[in-house]
Design a protein around this ligand. Structure first.
Ligand SMILES: [Cu+2]
Length: 257
């Protein structure tokens, strides 16, 4: 906190990223990782995000789904001059909503997203959750083209990807969401890849309870076992773990189209 403003720092930089043991590539990300850190704040917060560009080319950050003044929206050349290599730009705005959102560059975006620049942005409701949530997970979906014998994702690929990732990891390096029987679990899923991803849960059905439009009224919830998270969308799903006494574990699978 600085004079009532919640301050965050993001450094855009090249990183050495391990998708799974033995599969490493040169990617771009924030603060040493792809996806970048999950930003968490509370509805009503005033925030400042200092973005330092350590890339060899210009960048910006667009706060995807967040309602803010045009000058803070991060579209390079439209809302702001791009952030040049070595520069730091301060994004400052108030949060007047809650839900699951994302951030990504909006300067040379097809290249910068393809090589890993993205993150989740979660805004918690100021009056607390309407329903108790015991486990709250966030996962970012992406796909990549890393050709055999190469060491960098190919940003010119639009359809034929060879790595489909959860939080930029592939099996067996993906961390499992863990829950105890009876826990209320929420999984927030974001997709900044080039494909829609159907996300499927084994042994459970779930309610789809929100999107990048925020938490839905209960009358809009849908029971599903597979939900398509479209390109540029987020979805929140909720369920009571092991409610029917079926599974000891929750398996999330990603079905490629
Ligand atoms: Cu957007």
């Amino acid at each position: 906190m600085k004079n009532g403003v919640k301050e965050f720092r993001l450094v855009a930089e090249e990183i050495e990223h391990e998708f799974a043991p033995g599969t490493t590539a040169k990617c771009w990300g924030y603060n040493g990782s792809t996806p970048g850190p999950t930003i968490e704040a509370v509805e009503g917060d005033s925030i400042r995000i200092l973005v330092t560009n350590n890339l060899p080319e210009h960048t910006t950050i667009h706060w995807h789904g967040i309602l803010l003044p045009s000058g803070m929206d991060g579209v390079g050349g439209l809302n702001q001059p791009t952030i040049k290599p070595g520069e730091t730009f301060a994004y400052e705005f108030d949060l007047n909503q809650s839900g699951t959102y994302m951030y990504h560059p909006h300067a040379d975006e097809m290249v910068q997203l393809a090589v890993g620049m993205m993150g989740m942005f979660i805004i918690h409701p100021k009056d607390g959750e309407p329903q108790k949530i015991d486990r709250d997970y966030a996962i970012m979906l992406h796909n990549w083209a890393i050709h055999p014998g190469t060491y960098r994702p190919d940003p010119s690929i639009m359809t034929e990807f060879d790595l489909w990732t959860i939080n930029s990891k592939v099996f067996p390096a993906i961390e499992y969401p863990i829950a105890q029987k009876g826990d209320r679990v929420r999984i927030r899923i974001g997709n900044l890849s080039m494909w829609n991803h159907p996300m499927h849960l084994h042994g459970h059905k779930y309610w789809v309870t929100g999107s990048d439009g925020g938490r839905w009224p209960k009358s809009l919830w849908r029971p599903e076992t597979t939900e398509i998270v479209g390109v540029g969308q987020t979805r929140d799903i909720e369920f009571d773990a092991g409610a029917r006494g079926l599974g000891r574990f929750i398996a999330i699978s990603l079905i490629t189209p």
